[in-house]
Write a new protein. Structure first.
Length: 95
């Protein structure tokens, strides 16, 4: 709707925690990440795309959204202004 807001979070797969956990090769941007049950058995593979701030900003802008803020959160939920956070947060507004 006009003036609607969107808050989007995405994993920052470039964070060492994810690189180690999933043995990622960051020369690519598309991955399959295992979805495991509580016993550690892989149930399915899920698709994931490694977004960075610039790519998301361009996608939002091309789609008619106005980007207000983008930042990262660390593992404890604190805001960090560098790319060492585990989650990338984008706050955008519909034009």
């Amino acid at each position: 709707k006009p003036d609607g807001k969107l808050i989007m979070t995405s994993w920052n797969l470039a964070h060492p925690k994810f690189i180690k956990r999933y043995d990622l090769d960051l020369t690519q941007k598309d991955f399959e990440i295992p979805w495991k049950d509580n016993k550690g058995k892989v149930i399915k593979q899920r698709y994931y795309h490694l977004f960075d701030k610039a790519e998301l900003r361009n996608l939002f802008t091309e789609s008619g959204w106005q980007v207000g803020e983008q930042f990262y959160f660390d593992e404890k939920g604190g805001r960090v202004d560098n790319e060492r956070g585990v989650n990338l947060v984008s706050i955008v507004k519909n034009k």
